[in-house]
Design a protein around this ligand. Structure first.
Ligand code: ADP
Length: 631
């Protein structure tokens, strides 16, 4: 029984290791998870190693010893598999790749274990020696050697790629050498059983070195610290980039406004005003971009689906793009497939935003040549797979930078961009919107030659006719509303002034009031208006509260349109649900204002005249339904 000391020592170490490991809190990394499994296996391995030796020395019934030896070798192979897995986990591969490797190695390990259990084993017992051999034994050795060879290959790769990862692999190499030595020793000195001891000892050392919970905790803290520092740096970069991006249009707004103040020539004042409008629109785009990305990151962005006409969206995108090209020698080509369904169901606003972003970039980063805007579709039953591409002959993107353009605030070749406005948010937003809608965006680019952005999106096909919002096509641009009275309610004097000035060209009689209470008092006094434009965020009584109070007045029939800076997505729907007749966002869009005025200031008599006849049923417009000839 002299040979029992090493297996017994190994068993004691494995028990000790389990107690220490499971009584202390551990970090939750993949490596630690694998380690937790392997020390349980090692405990069983040590127990069997010691048990089989004691049994062999005292009872010595060979068939039982052979069965235990097979289980023992099977567990040894499983330990080899887990150690290999541990080395793979060090590399922090992507989940999918790790699972693929794990499954492949797992299948191999299962074959080895099955081979060990099913193939014949030779057990020799004499004096105080327990020797083992046979195909089962060599199968286990083959398995463990293959795993160790893979570990060595990985260690060599880590050596060239990352010293930190390489360091973590060194203990495995030491164990490998010890194991080989142990098995050779056992071949020549069969009474010395070393392998279980080596393994337990190795796992103990591992616990106090690379798997040390304190060291791991410090490592995790350092990683978290690095991430926090990176996030902080990103925030600072963001602030300085925002400061620059916001100040640029602001500079134009303030500067040109000053110029207008000192300008006597009306024409040049108008020119300055146009530049102010351009700069303001740019500023608005930046603000919207920041709001969008914050919303996406806070998981607050929602897909709002409805029936829409893609063709109409494409037409309006083309109309928006042409003026952006301006004087540049660029040919703008459009190729829209004729089989694009007339009605689709999906988030029309987001589809438009996605296309608009890539079109805007194509124009921005192309100085001359051709921009091709192409939309194709594959229609299957009720679904339409859209393939939207924008190809340009612009500056192109370097191959190693293609992946980074979708990062937030990432702008390539900043030095070449000094005259081109941008925040580096457009593509980050675009990619996330595409992914939210279950689609894909692909970039192909040749540096110096051009780029092609392709978006794949799936939308539902609807065969119904689009229910158009009832809108009046009356042109109100030069309309005379001198007999109309509009009340503007806003707590901010400048906003009141802006609204009044924008209503001036229509010769409307505008009244202003600065609070909900004041508005209520006017209406209760019996003053009548044709339209009320109501701000929402006002102190004491919000616009919504004022509106609900107004609704309680029996004879009150004036349409109330909310005029608010609360313009993030979903707000329009919220206000319409509250009962407001319509929604106008600040800054006020001239065309939107004209639409609202046209819709609510056209006298009731005129609209009644229009409705002398009942509207015809929608089916009549469906060309697929034959007209009843009898009628
Ligand atoms: P930006 O506001 O800077 O345009 P984006 O997120 O839209 O931000 O784009 C990120 C970067 O990708 C741009 O700064 C530009 O360097 C590059 N990029 C985007 N589209 C193109 C294109 N069509 N051609 C060349 N470079 C492009």
């Amino acid at each position: 029984m002299d040979g029992v000391w090493l297996p017994a020592g190994s068993f004691l170490i494995s028990v000790l290791l389990l107690i220490v490991y499971y009584t202390k809190s551990n970090t939750k990394s993949l490596e630690t998870y694998i380690y937790a499994r392997v020390i349980i296996l090692n405990f069983v391995f040590s127990l069997l190693g010691m048990g089989v030796y004691i049994y062999a020395m005292n009872i010595g019934y060979i068939p039982v010893i052979s069965v235990i030896q097979k289980i023992y070798l099977g567990i040894l192979s499983a330990i080899g598999f887990y150690m290999f897995l541990y080395c793979v986990a060090i590399n922090q591969l992507k989940d999918k790749t790790y699972i693929k490797i794990k499954n492949g190695a797992g299948i191999f390990a299962i074959f080895v274990v099955l081979g060990v259990l099913s193939l014949p084993i030779e057990t020799v017992l004499y004096d105080s020696v327990l020797d083992v051999g046979g195909i089962s034994y060599y199968c286990a050795m083959l398995g463990i050697i293959i795993f160790f060879v893979l570990i060595i290959v990985m260690t060599i790769v880590y050596f060239f790629k990352s010293r930190a990862k390489f360091k973590k692999c060194i203990p495995f190499l030491v164990l490998f050498v010890l194991c080989i030595g142990g098995f050779l020793l056992r071949k020549y000195y069969p009474e010395v059983i070393t392998e279980t001891f080596f393994f337990s000892f190795f796992f103990l050392i591992m616990y106090f070195t690379i798997e040390n919970p304190d060291v791991k905790m410090i490592e995790q803290l350092n990683t978290a610290k690095d991430a926090a520092e990176k996030a902080n740096r990103a925030k600072s970069d963001f602030l300085s980039s925002m400061s620059h991006e916001i100040r640029t249009p602001l500079n134009a707004i303030v500067g040109f406004s000053e110029c207008i103040l000192n300008e006597n020539d009306l024409e040049s004042a108008k020119g300055d005003a146009k530049d102010i409008i351009m700069a303001s629109q740019n500023l608005l785009e930046i603000v919207n971009g920041i709001l969008d990305i914050s919303k996406i990151e806070a998981d607050k962005m929602e897909i709002v689906e409805s029936e829409y006409s893609l063709k109409e969206n494409l037409d309006s995108l083309v109309k928006l793009t042409i003026p952006r090209i301006g004087e540049k020698p660029i040919e703008f080509k459009t190729k829209f497939a004729p089989d694009i369904p007339s009605v689709l169901y999906g988030d029309s606003a987001k589809v438009k935003q996605i296309i608009s972003n890539i079109l805007t970039n194509a124009v921005k980063y192309t100085d001359r040549g051709i921009i091709t805007f192409e939309v194709n579709c594959i229609n299957k039953e009720n679904s339409c797979s859209l393939v939207i591409s924008v190809e340009d002959t612009g500056r192109g993107i370097k191959a190693d930078k293609i992946d980074t353009i979708f990062n937030k605030f990432e702008r390539l070749e900043e030095d070449r961009n000094t005259t081109l406005e941008g925040t580096g948010l457009g593509l980050a937003i675009t990619k996330r919107l595409v992914e939210m809608m279950g689609g894909k965006i692909v970039v192909q680019s040749k540096y110096g030659a051009g780029s092609k952005f392709t978006v794949y999106l799936k939308q539902e096909i609807r065969n119904t006719l689009l229910k158009q919002e009832k809108s009046y096509t009356v042109t109100v641009a030069n309309a005379d509303f001198s007999n109309k009275r509009v009340l503007v309610v806003d707590d901010n004097k400048i906003n009141l002034k802006v609204a009044s000035r924008m209503l001036e060209p229509f010769k409307i009689q505008v009244e202003e009031c600065m609070s909900g209470e004041e508005c209520l008092a006017k209406i209760r006094e019996g003053i009548t208006f044709d339209l009320i434009l109501m701000d929402d965020m006002m102190p004491r009584m919000t616009g919504t509260e004022t509106f609900h109070e107004l609704e309680k007045i029996e004879w009150f029939k004036t349409p109330v349109v909310v005029l608010t800076a609360n313009a993030i997505e979903g707000m329009k729907e919220k206000y319409l649900k509250e009962g407001f007749k319509d929604y106008l966002a600040k800054p006020i869009d001239k065309l939107e204002l004209e639409r609202v005025l046209g819709q609510y200031l056209i006298s009731n008599r005129e609209s009644k005249e229009e409705e002398l006849f009942e509207p015809l049923p929608e089916e009549l417009f469906d060309i697929n339904v034959p007209l009843n000839e009898d009628e």
